[in-house]
Design a protein around this ligand. Structure first.
Ligand code: ZN
Length: 402
């Protein structure tokens, strides 16, 4: 007790922020401590106190780390309320082909600007963001959110692979030159020609263990059919759209297992986005690299595209490495990790609140390799943090501590 009084007096004398809340979730579990001391934006002490004396900020709620959105496409925010939902992945891709060029740059940038701010208001402090253009560049330079940019590599036309790869590396360099994190990432198993996969994997091999990677993964049953060379509407669509010879997609599906193994092997972490239809496929690879593979669930997007949620019991019995994403506003109504957590809590009564909070905070930070500063309430981690309330099985975001 005496020690605590001295501690308080010292912090008070140093004019540090002494923050107390009803309870604290530290990114993994609820902890005993209920007081935080902040110096230069960093947590420098944590302890329990019954008294409110000398507390500089008192919160009537639960303190949790800043939320991590491990999968987003900020540049597609202009597609909010533009798509017809429940059209399955192929219908979604078709609408993307039709609508993505209908908007001008000013509209695209102003929507991205609005939603960057909105994400921050929603308590999100870090985002794994898919990038195809420079539209979000200046927004990210100014934003309080920490962005990990995944420059999306895709293209089924083999003779264009050099050009596509060159453009991707140019875009990456532009982001790096603005002091933003940027990695090249494959779009999906089915959307890169064989030569493009080779070019991308060379980049992974030359930067081995330095790359945070991301891949849309088994988002529909049709994609699964394509990868196993069964009849698939996606295959027919791509072959027609890109005038591909039948064997080309067969070759890609045949080789994907090798590509996937190489990609995971040479990445620091790999985020598998959606995995809605994953039922143990490529399990040998996933088993061999279990610690660095993260399953990123985007439940609201899955409901709006496929009307199906991933098998959370199956994935979580298999791996603790689950994180959460919003995907883009083409397939979501909001960019909020709290909304993603709540939809999981509503649909899976067996899931604990502690577990989904972990997925939305520390696991996302680990997936993006930001866990030394973000995703936890522990010594040396930084503000902002969130204040939440729990009503029944619903998480309510009350605000941020900046
Ligand atoms: Zn996505």
């Amino acid at each position: 007790m005496q020690g605590q009084i001295v501690r308080f007096a010292l912090y008070f004398f140093m004019s540090l922020r002494i923050i107390k809340a009803k309870s604290i979730f530290n990114g993994e579990k609820f902890i005993q401590e209920n007081v935080l001391v902040i110096k230069d934006n960093r947590i420098v002490d944590l302890f329990f106190s019954e008294s409110n004396e000398n507390i500089t900020e008192l919160y009537d709620g639960i303190l949790v780390p800043g939320f991590v959105n491990a999968h987003c496409h900020l540049e597609l925010s202009y597609l909010h309320h533009q798509f017809e939902h429940y059209q399955e992945l192929l219908g979604f891709i078709r609408q993307m082909f039709q609508k993505r060029n209908l908007f001008n740059e000013k509209e695209i940038i102003s929507q991205a600007e609005y939603w960057d701010k909105k994400m921050y208001e929603n308590g999100i402090v870090a985002v794994g963001d898919i990038v195809n253009t420079i539209h979000t560049l200046n927004i990210k330079v100014q934003s309080p959110i920490h962005y990990i940019n995944f420059i999306e590599v895709f293209g089924l036309l083999a003779d264009k692979s050099e050009l596509i790869f060159h453009k991707s590396t140019e875009l990456q360099t532009t982001f790096l030159n603005h002091h933003l994190s940027a990695f090249l990432a494959a779009h999906a198993p089915y959307s890169l020609s064989n030569p493009l996969w080779y070019l991308l994997l060379n980049y992974y091999k030359n930067n081995t263990q330095q790359i945070t990677s991301s891949l849309h993964f088994l988002e529909s049953s049709d994609e699964k059919n394509l990868l196993t060379n069964r009849d698939s509407l996606m295959r027919t669509f791509f072959e027609k759209e890109f005038n591909l010879k039948q064997y080309e997609l067969t070759q890609i599906s045949y080789n994907f297992e090798t590509y996937f193994q190489q990609l995971v092997k040479h990445s620091k972490t790999t985020i598998l986005v959606h995995s809605t239809f994953w039922k143990g496929e490529y399990q040998n690879i996933i088993n061999s690299f279990k610690n660095k593979i993260f399953f990123c669930l985007c439940p609201n997007a899955n409901l709006l595209i496929e009307q199906k949620l991933p098998d959370v019991d199956y994935i979580s019995s298999y791996s603790d490495n689950i994180c959460l994403g919003t995907d883009s506003l083409a397939s979501n109504f909001n960019l909020s990790i709290v909304d993603e957590m709540n939809v999981l809590l509503t649909n899976f009564p067996q899931l604990s609140i502690e577990k989904v909070l972990k997925w939305g905070t520390s696991n996302g930070a680990k997936a993006l390799n930001l866990n030394t500063k973000i995703g936890y309430i522990k010594m040396n981690c930084t503000l902002p943090l969130n204040v939440i309330e729990i009503k029944g099985r619903k998480i309510i975001h009350k605000g941020m501590i900046k």
